[in-house]
Design a protein around this ligand. Structure first.
Ligand SMILES: [Zn+2]
Length: 254
């Protein structure tokens, strides 16, 4: 395997010394059950694929981006009763992100993108706190929020659903069980009107909502849908990385 100059875990100090990296990308995932048919590392695999593919496109357009190794644990406080799901509390994430920011800042990296790949993670408040004392420009995006879900998939859902299953069928088909072995991903609805209308929020008690850990039926997933979606998302994020790499952060507004 030839090292890719934009993937930190593959490159050496010789390359790093010679390259003027200015945007670091930190994929942040989770380790959790994904219905019966997808691996526990689904969010890690997906976030790495999106980070690597978007960085490749951005690199080829001249952006000096570098993908850091992914953080494998996310906020799973409502899934602690599901065997081998590993939770990282938001307060721990704040400390981890603070350490990453401090390291990069000492080395003159100008910008950091936290690439979120798990719905339970939320970096906005952490970034608000870190940014007030940081010279690095810190930003976050959730790759699964890019684009319009309905343009690519037929059955809605948000966990181990048609999208994630299509993604994994395209990228790592050998890690996906045959779909007739998957659960239906049926989710119970919450009773209070304000929650249904989504202006009130509370974390979902996962095992009270779903029996197979999935939310959204994966039965219509295909590798072809996954391929189309991944290439769209990667192109969009690549464009963001190019613009971010080029911009003078002291002149962000018009
Ligand atoms: Zn997932």
């Amino acid at each position: 395997m030839k090292p890719r100059p934009y993937i930190l875990k593959e490159i050496n100090f010789k390359t790093v010394k010679e390259t003027n990296y200015n945007v670091a990308i930190l994929p942040w995932a989770a380790t959790e059950a994904h219905n019966l048919h997808l691996p526990y590392g689904t969010d890690i695999y997906e976030s790495d694929v999106i980070a690597e593919q978007s960085a490749k496109i951005a690199w080829e357009k001249g952006a000096k981006v570098v993908v850091l190794p992914a953080i494998p644990y996310g906020v799973n406080t409502q899934q602690m009763d599901i065997k081998l799901t590993i939770n990282m509390n938001p307060s721990t994430q704040a400390l981890v992100l603070s350490d990453v920011v401090e390291s990069l800042q000492k080395q003159g990296i100008e910008k950091l993108v936290v690439l979120n790949g798990h719905g339970g993670n939320n970096f906005k408040q952490i970034i608000r706190e870190l940014q007030k004392d940081s010279k690095i420009f810190i930003t976050t995006l959730a790759w699964y929020e890019v684009g319009n879900y309905d343009d690519f998939f037929e059955i809605r859902g948000d966990h181990a659903h048609e999208m994630e299953t299509s993604f994994m069928l395209h990228s790592f088909p050998e890690l996906v069980l045959p779909l007739d072995e998957a659960g239906v991903g049926e989710a119970k609805n919450i009773k209070i009107k304000g929650f249904k209308e989504k202006w009130a929020w509370a974390p979902r008690e996962w095992t009270k909502v779903t029996t197979d850990t999935g939310i959204g039926n994966p039965k219509l997933a295909t590798a072809e849908k996954g391929k189309k979606y991944i290439s769209f998302i990667s192109a969009e994020i690549a464009q963001f990385l190019v613009e971010l790499s080029e911009i003078d952060v002291s002149k962000m507004y018009v």
